[in-house]
Design a protein around this ligand. Structure first.
Ligand code: BTN
Length: 379
């Protein structure tokens, strides 16, 4: 088996990208552009070793060896270059074009050295995603078993099948595309390929079913807190949305895995817009303006935040997350209209109760608790 490194990027000390990619071989110091052909990883080589060998062979120059240089650094007469990482794509005849979306993985150089050659015969992208994701993951349980897919109907479907086959708590499914992504209330979930983070993970809570149903809010908190840590000003909209600038950035769909014994597990499906949102929903959906959000890193961070919240929630229910819940509630003390049945209810949102219900204060002063529904309008 061999893998192809389709392209490698070299960035100079000023941060300018010197492109190393497959195709014609030319080294032009003036344009800071350097291309080399091939890009084949031989059996037993790591991608990093392959890049080093290619550079040495192509330019007959000496680069420092793997042992003494975590990042390749080379000084020429005119300037010096540093290899910051390699960009790997599946084997293809077409050279990747810089600044265009390509289905590729960026492997930073300091991560390359610890990669070992793929043990199993699996698609390059899958292998790279697993390795890259693994290098970000800081959890004990969530994401430790993971399936990366290019396409599927819905990550919730794939995970439900795995859950029924006995998958462990924390099992994760991630996909680039979904042909039948779904949301709450029988809606479709739309996303452009590669422009969203689409994943589902499994919990097997021990709390009674009524309390376990509040897990949607725990997942919403994990997404909100993680994005806020990244300086993205999001808020949680009861019961399952994360909003940015009053538009939907993220939706959460929890589905039960049940048997004759009751609920065996809950599939938490999360979709987060990262890049371009489909035109049909652009009036109500949004993605962060920040470029270069590394989706696998974001996913690893969300799972870490979730794991910590989940530990507290498992012992004390939603009550144990009171301060986070109040701090993240985007609609608290706002005038809202909620659709629960056919007749919408309007009032002031007074927060989320420990049982997950939304408290709404009516114009009469009476407070009612809504256990399900959807906030349609808000001030
Ligand atoms: C909603 O807004 O109503 C919930 C949307 C949930 C979308 C995610 S994307 C990953 C997972 N797979 C699905 O089919 N749905 C969830």
């Amino acid at each position: 088996m061999h893998l192809n490194v389709a392209a490698a990027l070299i960035v100079n000390d000023l941060g300018e990208v010197l492109c190393v990619k497959r195709g014609a071989s030319k080294f032009a110091s003036t344009s800071f552009r350097w291309e080399f052909p091939g890009g084949k990883i031989n059996v037993g080589e790591t991608p990093a070793q392959a890049v080093v060998r290619e550079i040495q062979e192509e330019l007959s120059m000496k680069v420092r060896t793997l042992a003494d240089a975590p990042i390749i650094h080379h000084t020429y007469d005119e300037f010096s270059i540093t290899l910051h990482g390699i960009l790997c794509t599946p084997i293809t005849d077409k050279p990747p074009v810089l600044n265009e979306h390509i289905d590729a993985c960026w492997l930073p150089a300091d991560k390359l050295w610890s990669l070992e050659f793929a043990a199993a015969d699996m698609p390059l992208l899958t292998w790279l995603r697993e390795r890259t994701f693994g290098s970000h993951l800081r959890t004990q349980i969530f994401g430790r078993a993971v399936t990366f897919l290019d396409d599927c109907t819905s990550t919730n479907d794939i995970l439900l099948a795995q859950a029924e086959a006995g998958a462990k708590e924390g099992t994760l499914v991630v996909s680039e595309k979904q042909s039948a992504g779904r949301g709450r209330l029988g809606r479709h979930w739309l996303s452009e390929p590669g422009q969203a983070l689409l994943f589902s993970f499994l919990v097997r809570p021990t709390l009674p079913p009524d309390e376990a149903a509040t897990i949607t809010l725990v997942a919403g908190l994990a997404v909100t807190l993680t994005l806020r840590e990244m300086q993205i000003s999001v808020g949680l909209k009861w019961p399952n949305d994360v909003l940015l600038k009053e538009k939907k950035l993220c939706g959460i769909l929890c589905e039960a895995q049940s048997s004759i014994h009751g609920i065996e597990g809950i599939i938490i499906g999360i979709g987060i817009n990262i890049g371009v949102v489909p035109e049909a929903i652009a009036y109500r959906a949004i993605a962060p303006k920040e470029k270069n959000i590394d989706r696998l890193e974001l996913l690893a961070r969300i799972l870490k935040t979730f794991e910590a919240l989940y530990g507290r929630w498992s012992k004390g229910g939603l009550k144990a997350l009171r301060s986070e819940l109040d701090a993240c509630d985007a609609k608290r003390d706002k005038l809202i209209t909620v659709k629960m049945s056919e007749i919408p209810t309007t009032g002031i949102a007074r927060g989320i109760r420990d049982d997950g219900a939304l408290l709404v204060e009516l114009s009469s002063g009476e407070q009612i608790a809504l256990h399900c529904g959807e906030i349609l309008q808000w001030e």
